[in-house]
Ligand binder design. Structure first.
Ligand SMILES: NC(=O)C1=CN([C@@H]2O[C@H](COP(=O)(O)OP(=O)(O)OC[C@H]3O[C@@H](n4cnc5c(N)ncnc54)[C@H](OP(=O)(O)O)[C@@H]3O)[C@@H](O)[C@H]2O)[C@@H](O)CC1
Ligand SMILES: Nc1ncnc2c1ncn2[C@@H]1O[C@H](COP(=O)(O)OP(=O)(O)O)[C@@H](O)[C@H]1O
Length: 317
């Protein structure tokens, strides 16, 4: 898609605006390669990675549980939810396939991360905004793993230059518009696809990380200057995604794909496409819980289409 993308920014009444624009190609995110999503005979669960989802205090675990379930559904071999000891009973009552570990602070998390098999982290959904959570984020970033930085972790990073300095190319930041404004206030006034894409690209360069700016038109920008867009509009509209917890599910999908070995931008683009497809399969009445439950049908259809295209007619998955 050709798109007028700005070059540089200038301050105007009401915020920053693109200074001038030029025609560039904005890559459109399409269906993922089914071969990247399938599992094969002879593999075991540790071949598909182990995602760790950090969870907040008792009564605030719903968002992290949504993320954890999505990570497992998208194929991570193992998923563990790390929560305060006081939240174990609540989470144990709500989770089975997702494993649980008590983590009461940064020291516990650092100890846990000595297990190198924990290869992807998800920070932020329902985490909380206190000093204990800030320390958890610092420890998680310092571990140098692939990390999804979402929700409260984004707000903590926006408040702390020290935390922001810990971001690295293995990180994927997943802000909605308000979180993006907290993180990058000087880039926040961007209106329209081209300007938002440009703002996202600048943000990714500044953060030295992948930035996924959420919305009906979701932008994925890499620290290398790459920019892609997924448009959930027109024939691919998914307005029922505007529901509490949908972003937490997206964070979990990305974490699951990172655990499976996807590179950050590939994980982000694949997760956005699957997320919208799951919403479209479910349709009106969608709530966040439905997204993970729709995923098997979405994956099956992708794999079946690949078999049909290759002419074998055999669905393996
Ligand atoms: N089931 C659960 O357990 C759930 C738990 N959750 C957890 O709750 C925590 C807080 O997350 P949060 O995103 O609700 O609040 P926060 O970032 O403080 O934003 C507040 C203000 O920002 C704006 N705004 C919000 N969204 C926007 C958007 N998409 N696009 C643009 N603007 C947007 C809006 O301001 P307004 O536009 O109304 O002025 C809003 O008033 C976090 O830990 C999360 O994981 C939720 O995920 C829900 C399900
Ligand atoms: N109108 C819409 N069309 C398509 N996708 C949407 C729409 N509204 C929201 N979404 C998607 O739903 C998710 C909402 O995430 P977020 O705002 O973080 O919600 P929450 O914090 O409640 O999980 C994002 O992935 C966003 O792109």
């Amino acid at each position: 898609m050709e798109c007028h993308q700005s070059v540089g920014w200038t301050r105007r009444v009401g915020g920053w605006r693109p200074r001038r624009s030029c025609a560039v190609t904005l890559h459109q995110i399409g269906p993922p390669d089914p071969a990247r999503l399938s599992k094969h005979e002879g593999q075991h669960k540790y071949d598909h990675g182990h995602a760790l989802i950090l969870c907040g205090p008792p009564g605030h675990g719903g968002a992290a549980r949504l993320a954890a379930r999505a990570a497992l559904r998208v194929g991570a071999g193992l998923v563990t939810l790390a929560c305060p000891a006081a939240a174990i009973p609540e989470n144990a009552a709500r989770l089975d396939a997702v494993m649980l570990r008590a983590v009461d602070g940064g020291a516990d998390l650092a100890q846990m991360l000595t297990d190198r098999r924990l290869n992807a982290l998800c920070l932020g959904p329902g985490l909380g905004l206190g000093p204990v959570q800030a320390h958890l984020v610092a420890v998680a970033l310092a571990a140098g793993r692939a990390v999804v930085v979402d929700a409260d972790a984004l707000t903590l990073i926006a408040r702390s230059p020290d935390l922001a300095a810990g971001l690295h190319p293995g990180c994927i930041l997943t802000p909605h518009t308000a979180e993006f404004a907290r993180l990058f206030p000087d880039l926040a006034g961007a209106v329209g696809l081209a300007a938002r894409a440009d703002a996202c690209r600048i943000a990714a360069g500044r953060a030295r990380a992948t930035v996924l700016l959420k919305g009906a038109e979701t932008i994925v920008a890499g620290p290398d200057g790459s920019v892609a867009v997924h448009r959930a509009t027109g024939a691919r509209a998914a307005p029922w995604l505007a529901t509490a917890g949908a972003g937490d599910v997206l964070a979990g999908l990305i974490a699951g794909l990172l655990a499976r070995g996807f590179a950050p931008a590939e994980a982000a683009g694949t997760a956005v496409w699957l997320h919208v497809e799951a919403a479209r399969v479910t349709g009106p009445g969608l709530i966040a819980e439905d997204l993970s439950e729709a995923l098997p049908a979405v994956l099956r259809a992708l794999l079946r289409q690949a078999e049909t295209d290759s002419g074998s007619g055999v669905v393996t998955g």
